[in-house]
Design a protein around this ligand. Structure first.
Ligand code: T1G
Length: 677
């Protein structure tokens, strides 16, 4: 848990708790004992605290928050560090986060390696720093800088930390940090306690901060708590401020938002693991990627690899399409550079890695080939058949399909073991989710490569089995069916979508269909009106791209209720002989959200998704489910599955002839067991 080494008269305490030196109960006990010994050991004139391995510490052990915190708590430990009568130096490198930074703040001096990243990310977990961070950081760097760091949760670099006064000096590098820290400690002869300083601020600062932030969607309970805690640091003595901080921490850590944020923190890490993959599975090396299709998806997919420094051969059938596609890639990079997030040189470097060609055979040099042509199975099978003849042995053949059967595409090759799906979400260069679709014959190392390459390009990969729509899009189907049916029965698009947006989703099912295109899958015969979508399509209301769909759109694509759409919907109701009725928000929730949970439970029982938390990750990163609500499966567990099942049963006659309750969902509801085991 910790090592101690006495270097002449300097005691070095090394936190050793891989993988992130989390400050769990054992570490806290050992650290407290070592500090107490050092206090009474006359041979010790100064103390250095350091972290073993790649980082100083990732902070408190987050898994402890669901139970009772064993003594000594982290706040008490930090107070012990600060109360030491001998100078304590924090020697920090790599991540210095949360409680890790608070240990450093309780220390009297700080020396950092250039790679140190110092932050208080607790707010991202729905809590406030709970071991003195909100009281000591303002006293060290001023309340304004401290509040910005605490409310953003973002780390600062070692050089910036030194400039802010958060770090006293920089070590040459991580390797020389231990020696330089001991030498630095030798020069010190007295403690210097941050807690004895005052936190200064212009009183108007907090009012302005609240005015600038209080209305923002991301301004949640924890952000409010951070402001209260830092304000306390400017108004109260340390001990009273610490009491205030502890009260805020206790209140927030037991709240719904923090539980959801902690759930998704672990969920995205669990999603990276593939159950049952042989331990020694090694991903194949990917030096060059091929992309077939230079449309919106092909271009966006290519950018992910180019930005990670991986060369891409992009293939089209027509020069004009190829030029348009590569032109859009350049335009996207230049737009990012215009915002200062890329340098012109970085744009040129990325573009230099892109090799556009009409020659399909050029793909023979690629280690991973991703087809991103339009959703037509015959075309995809023809492409996989051609790839089978030209791709080099061991090349991985992937489809970006959103819905279609990977096994059918694999069967068009003699190498089904090398085939999988890599389903990117549009815009592919922005959205972080990739559904990694394992076919029946996908080899373990091919699946491992899909997961590894997705992470290498900064994505969040989730494994899916083969079914229509995989995980996310499959759950969209019952939601959209319910939305359309209720529109015909009497609801307005705004009423339907509002239930989703009030939950925190960026848009409801109908606004989403406007975005994707009301005309997707339309038969294009304006005289054939068999659904309300046909009626809208016949009137040219194809969605955002036509500035008209279920909503009207202005030049900035902002939606507004549409009298024209309402008239068309009324006309369709009349033609269908439907008398519109009032539809409650509860019914809309059942027929657009509860049905998604039911579909998610089926996805689980069919082993399409490995875990309920994987489904939550899909919805967070693919569809903007609010992080502080965890994800649809977590949200259902928190609400109570019995409530979900009961409501679905009450509305069963309106859920359509194809609806059936998931046996797993019913079983969990009856047993009081969560979907997320
Ligand atoms: N507690 C428990 N487990 C943790 C953990 C933590 N703080 N941090 C990481 N893990 C696990 C993680 O789930 C994974 O487990 C493994 O360690 C490797 O993590 C009182 C209250 C430090 C930058 O929010 O940001 O201090 O999947 O894959 O990419 O004020 O982990 O292997 O089983 O992320 O090298 C505040 C959270 C806590 C930092 C390393 N601290 N961690 O990234 O590894 S609250 C944080 C991170 C607190 C005090 C408050 C990152 C990292 P498994 P990883 P990485």
């Amino acid at each position: 848990m910790i090592e101690t080494n006495l270097h002449d008269n300097v005691l070095e305490i090394v936190i050793t708790n891989p993988p992130v030196n989390a400050l769990g109960a054992d570490v806290r006990c050992a650290l407290a004992a070592a500090l107490a010994d050092a206090q009474t050991n006359d041979a010790v004139k100064a103390i250095v605290i350091r972290g073993a391995g790649k980082i100083f510490s990732g902070g408190a052990d987050i898994t402890e928050f669901d139970g009772t915190m064993a003594e000594p708590g982290l706040p008490e430990l930090v107070n012990m560090v600060e109360a030491c009568t001998k100078p304590v130096v924090a020697a920090i490198h790599g991540s210095v986060l949360g409680g890790g930074l608070e240990i450093s703040l309780g220390s009297h001096y700080r020396i950092a390696a250039p790679d140190a990243e110092l932050g208080l990310p607790e707010v991202l977990l729905g809590i406030v720093p709970g071991a003195g961070g909100t009281q000591r950081l303002p006293r060290l760097i001023g309340a304004e800088a401290a509040l910005n760091m605490i409310v953003s949760g973002s780390p600062v670099s070692a050089t910036k930390a030194e400039k802010m006064g958060l770090v006293d000096r920089l070590a040459t590098d991580a390797a020389s940090l231990p020696g330089e820290a001991i030498a630095y400690a030798r020069t010190l002869d007295a403690p210097r306690r941050t807690g004895e300083r005052d936190a200064t601020v212009d009183p108007a600062f907090f009012e302005k901060f609240l005015a600038d932030n209080a209305g923002k969607k991301a301004y949640l309970d924890a952000q409010k708590g951070c402001v209260e805690a830092v304000r306390a640091a400017t108004e109260l003595p340390l001990d009273e401020g610490l009491v205030k901080e502890a009260a805020l921490f206790t209140q927030l850590v037991s709240g719904e938002q923090s539980k959801a944020l902690r759930h998704i923190f672990f969920a995205e890490r669990k999603a990276a693991k593939v159950d049952g993959l042989p331990k020694d599975t090694q991903p194949r090396s990917i030096a060059r990627v091929g992309v077939i299709g230079a449309g919106t998806m092909g271009g966006g997919i290519s950018m992910n690899f180019l930005s990670a420094g991986i060369p891409v051969t992009i293939v089209e059938t027509q020069q004009e399409a190829l030029d348009r596609g590569t032109g859009i890639v350049r335009k996207n990079y230049e737009a990012t550079a215009a915002k200062g997030r890329l340098t012109p040189e970085q744009v040129e470097t990325a573009m230099s890695l892109l090799a556009p060609t009409l020659d399909f055979e050029a793909l023979s040099e690629c280690d991973l080939i991703i087809e991103a042509v339009y959703e037509n199975m015959d075309l995809k099978k023809e492409i996989f058949g051609r790839l089978d003849t030209i791709a080099k042995p061991g090349a991985i053949l992937a489809s970006n399909t959103s819905f279609l059967d990977i096994d059918e595409m694999a069967a068009a090759t003699k190498r089904p073991q090398d085939v999988l799906g890599l389903h990117f979400f549009s815009p592919a260069n922005i959205m972080k989710l990739v559904e990694v679709v394992r076919g029946a014959q996908t080899a373990p190392d091919v699946l491992a490569t899909g997961m590894a390459i997705a992470r290498r390009i900064g994505k969040v990969p989730v494994v899916s089995g083969v079914c229509y729509g995989f995980i996310g899009n499959r759950m969209l189907n019952p939601r959209l069916d319910g939305a359309i049916d209720m529109l015909v029965e009497g609801a307005t698009p705004e009423q339907v979508d509002r239930v989703s947006t009030e939950l925190g989703l960026p848009m409801g099912p109908l606004q989403m269909l406007d975005l994707a295109g009301v005309d997707i899958g339309w038969h294009r015969d304006p005289t054939r009106i068999e659904s309300v979508r046909d009626a809208l399509n016949a009137a040219g209301r194809w969605g955002q791209k036509a500035k008209a769909g279920f909503y009207d759109y202005d030049e900035r694509r902002r939606p507004a209720p549409s009298p024209a759409a309402a008239e068309i919907i009324d006309g369709f109701r009349a033609q269908a002989g439907v008398t519109p009725r009032e539809i409650s928000a509860e019914e809309i929730a059942v027929r657009t959200l509860y049905v998604m949970v039911n579909e998610g439970a089926k996805i689980l029982e069919e082993d399409i998704a490995q875990r309920a938390s994987d489904i939550d990750v899909v919805w967070n990163y693919g569809y903007g489910w609010p992080r502080h609500k965890g994800g649809p499966m977590f949200w259902a567990d928190q609400m109570g599955l019995d409530k979900i099942v009961d409501a679905l049963r009450r509305y069963a006659d309106r859920l359509g002839p194809d609806f059936s309750l998931s046996p797993l969902l019913v079983r969990c509801a009856e047993q009081g067991a969560p979907l997320d085991k």
